[in-house]
Design a binder for this molecule. Structure first.
Ligand code: HEC
Length: 270
């Protein structure tokens, strides 16, 4: 509620009771007051279609009230005639002749000059992955697949380090241009891209995703995103064409090892 509008308006309507104006002025004051309340008094602003609806109902109600009995009707007729004919109202009459077209003109001007803004589009950054993908002709179950080299971390440290090193070479050959030296999504090319490359240092990316999810995203890239992520103009390439299955698992190991993050645990089906 915008009190700077509502309080003076309520005071003005209360003041009107004591002034005892003619019925015509009274109806006009209520009509105008309600319009000002709906248009400027409510925050956040109401859509104009709702204001139009309320004002139509209010107009009908005021018309009903004004014509409900013969006394009011003749009083309205008298006020109207006085307003149109009597000398003392002439300045008001001429004033309204000028003010009403000015208001309409101003409104038309405002509508014609208001800037069109494209509606904001929400997008799903992490859509649900497909349950299965076909990687170079081989079916991979994204819900169950896990990184085959992850278990080396505990068992064979040297072999694990070898896979991480392989992943590092792949990263600096292919990914660094977009995802950046520090994996913060600020590589050389990133400035021209929208959406920006994913920032792997940010806890809302790889730290909350499973390794199989990354496999899907790296293999299928932006083109592989489902409908619900549209409109996407993701520049993330589909690496299936360039990198083998093991190479993708290697680069995934490197993403986690470099950022010091842990992948989200695989959900185990009982
Ligand atoms: C041409 C620029 C570009 C290159 C090169 C690139 N990416 Fe991306 N990548 C993106 C963009 C842009 C996004 C964000 C939009 C999206 O999710 O598709 C992204 C998203 C991702 C995501 C999804 C992260 C998330 O939170 O959902 C992963 C994983 C990823 N990239 C890995 C890689 C790997 C690994 C490489 C190298 C083999 C690579 N990217 C190379 C542009 C690139």
């Amino acid at each position: 509620m915008n009190f700077w509008v509502v309080v003076p308006m309520v005071l003005a309507l209360i003041g009107l009771r004591f002034l005892k104006p003619g019925i015509l002025l009274w109806l006009a004051a209520w009509w105008g007051g309600c319009f000002i309340f709906l248009r400027f008094g409510i925050l956040p602003p109401l859509p104009s279609s709702i204001i139009g609806l309320f004002m139509a109902i209010l107009t009908a109600a005021l018309a009903l009230y004004g014509t409900a009995d013969a006394d009011k009707l003749s009083a309205i007729g008298k006020s109207l005639r006085a307003f149109l004919m009597e000398r003392r109202f002439a300045p008001w009459l001429w004033g309204s002749l000028v003010v009403i077209p000015l208001l309409v003109g101003f409104n038309a001007y405002r509508q014609a000059t208001s800037e069109a803004v494209a509606p904001a589009t929400g997008r799903t950054i992490h859509p649900a992955p497909p349950s299965e993908i076909t990687f170079r002709g081989k079916k991979i179950d994204i819900l169950k697949a896990s990184n085959p080299f992850r278990e080396l971390e505990g068992k064979d440290k040297a072999a694990f380090a070898g896979h991480v090193a392989g992943g590092r070479a792949i990263y600096y050959k292919n990914c660094v241009f977009c995802h950046g030296d520090n994996m913060e999504g600020d590589g050389l090319y990133s400035h021209g891209l929208d959406p920006q490359p994913a920032n792997f240092a940010d806890p809302t990316t790889i730290a909350m995703l499973q390794e199989s999810y990354l496999f899907w995203r790296i293999a299928k890239g932006g083109p592989g995103l489902p409908e619900e992520s549209a409109p996407w103009a993701s520049a993330m390439p589909a690496w299936e064409a360039t990198l083998g299955e093991d190479e993708i698992w290697d680069v995934i190991l490197f993403l986690y090892s470099f950022t010091g993050r842990k992948p989200r645990a695989q959900e185990r089906a009982e």
